[in-house]
Design a protein. Structure first.
Length: 78
């Protein structure tokens, strides 16, 4: 498997929480989450729907994610 195609940049240990969850295909996976990121919901179910709240959540995620530059990669920030 070519793992660099996943574009997974794991936050520093002090910034992340490791969880076990079920993927959309039903497989158990281990996933790193940013500790300080909280999803803004606009539904009683806890989900979020619509371009405005999706954009707000994405912006919040980008603002919290630390800048990352891999000196061995030709893709800055990728």
């Amino acid at each position: 498997m070519d793992d660099d195609d996943w574009a997974l940049i794991v936050p520093a240990p002090e910034e992340r929480e490791i969880i076990e969850t079920t993927s959309s295909s039903g497989d158990l996976i281990t996933d790193p989450l940013l500790k300080r990121f909280k999803v803004k919901s606009n539904q009683p179910s806890g989900g979020f729907f619509g371009s405005k709240v999706v954009g707000q959540n994405f912006r919040s995620l980008l603002e919290l994610h630390p800048t990352h530059i891999d000196p061995m990669s030709s893709l800055v920030g990728g």
